[in-house]
Design a protein around this ligand. Structure first.
Ligand SMILES: Cc1ncc(COP(=O)(O)O)c(C=O)c1O
Length: 374
């Protein structure tokens, strides 16, 4: 049996809407992007969404919008996809890593205050694997020190903790629609915020700092524009938006299926003693990916066994601070963030997506069980 690591769940509606755009005049940022932004704001119970080409773009632009630049520091986690801290470097600022909770992999909020200096301009937590960090506690720190929180919610579209959804109470939140995310346009992303000025600024920054995007000029008859700030080229187009729009209505249905699979995995793996991250109370898990933690010395063999038996499995994530570039340019070494390093050496991610059949789920459980116990 072959169980792919990930399969998207796109259907006829997505293809129809993309076809409609392809047969229309306007391929770039226009009314479909507006529609998607409205739908996402509604789903996330927030006020503003800005469609972008990736979560990396959202992170980069929101940091710029928060005034982050050369000489500044941004507190973040070393246990994430490298996009998180690369986006800080892209602004010219320095990432200041804080170790993670040993039993969840999320940034340890209790260590954040100690890392704050005069140079700290933002805090960038990641809701790892789909579990939100303790936003209540983090927002209290943010308020006390007057430092904005920008959330990397690439894993957490469906998540909620203590009644708070990503981006509702912070400076803003960044989402990914990359190929393996729960809604996808192959590549794509969004920034959401309750702050209108910041939404306007990020909208300007996504198109070179142009004061009025093309669709707006077409709509209003405006003949020219100004550039009053340096921006980038990160605007989502109508084709990406058309692919995403029908998926919004299916977010909860697909999440429920992933939740069901995750519960099945947790039950089966608990029985045979496989370790998994602790799950928070008062929390809705986004169920982006499903990690297990195995003996670090056996991880290579276990991963090979799983892959050789037809189940797609990968590692999420290597420690960011131990990448050669980070060691070389920022002087990081082994042992600096021990909890992160331990997780990085023990983690294996197994398939979790709504298209998995019960037969495939049972096969994954059997294969992982055999790999770990043999
Ligand atoms: C935690 C995290 N942050 C950021 C990103 C970057 O997303 P994108 O590929 O949309 O730039 C990813 C992508 O997988 C991610 O997992």
């Amino acid at each position: 049996m072959k169980v792919e690591f990930y399969k998207h769940n796109l259907g006829a509606k997505e293809i129809e809407l993309v076809e409609k755009v392809l047969r229309s005049l306007f391929l770039t940022t226009g009314s479909h992007v507006d529609d998607l932004e409205g739908k996402l704001s509604k789903y996330l119970d927030t006020d503003f969404t800005v469609g972008l080409t990736s979560c990396t773009a959202a992170l980069h632009l929101s940091l710029l919008a928060a005034g982050v630049g050369p000489g500044d520091e941004v507190i973040t986690t070393p246990m994430s996809f490298v996009a998180t801290s690369n986006s800080i470097l892209m602004t010219g600022a320095t990432p200041i890593f804080v170790d993670v909770e040993k039993d969840t992999g999320n940034i340890d909020v209790d260590l954040i205050e100690k890392a704050i200096t005069k140079k700290t301009k933002a805090i960038l937590p990641v809701h790892l694997y789909g579990q939100m960090v303790d936003m209540k506690k983090l927002l209290a720190i943010s308020e006390k020190h007057g430092i904005p929180v920008i959330e990397d919610s690439a894993h957490a579209l469906e998540a909620k903790r203590d009644g708070i959804k990503p981006g509702q109470k912070s400076f803003g939140s960044c989402f990914s629609f990359y190929a393996t995310k729960s809604i996808t346009s192959g590549e794509g992303g969004a920034f959401t915020t309750a702050n209108e000025d910041m939404a306007k600024l990020v909208t300007k920054l996504r198109s070179h700092g142009i004061t009025s995007e093309l669709a707006q000029r077409v709509r209003t008859g405006l003949k020219t524009y100004d550039v009053d700030v340096l921006g980038w080229k990160y605007n989502m187009d109508n084709i990406q938006a058309a692919l995403l729009i029908p998926q919004i209505d299916k977010i909860e249905k697909h999440w429920k299926r992933r939740e069901e699979i995750a519960q099945k995995y947790r039950k089966a793996f608990t029985k045979i003693g496989i370790e998994m991250p602790r799950e928070y109370e008062n929390s809705k898990h986004g169920r982006h990916i499903f990690p297990i933690w195995v003996d670090r010395k056996k991880r290579g063999k276990i991963l090979d066994y799983i892959n050789n038996h037809g189940v797609g499995a990968v590692v999420n994530y290597p420690s960011i601070h131990l990448f050669s570039y980070y060691r070389k340019t920022l002087g990081f070494k082994e042992g600096m963030f021990p909890n992160c390093e331990e997780i990085a050496e023990r983690e294996i991610t197994i398939p979790l997506y709504s298209k998995l059949t019960d037969k495939e789920v049972n096969y994954v459980i059997r294969t992982v069980g055999d790999a770990v116990t043999s």
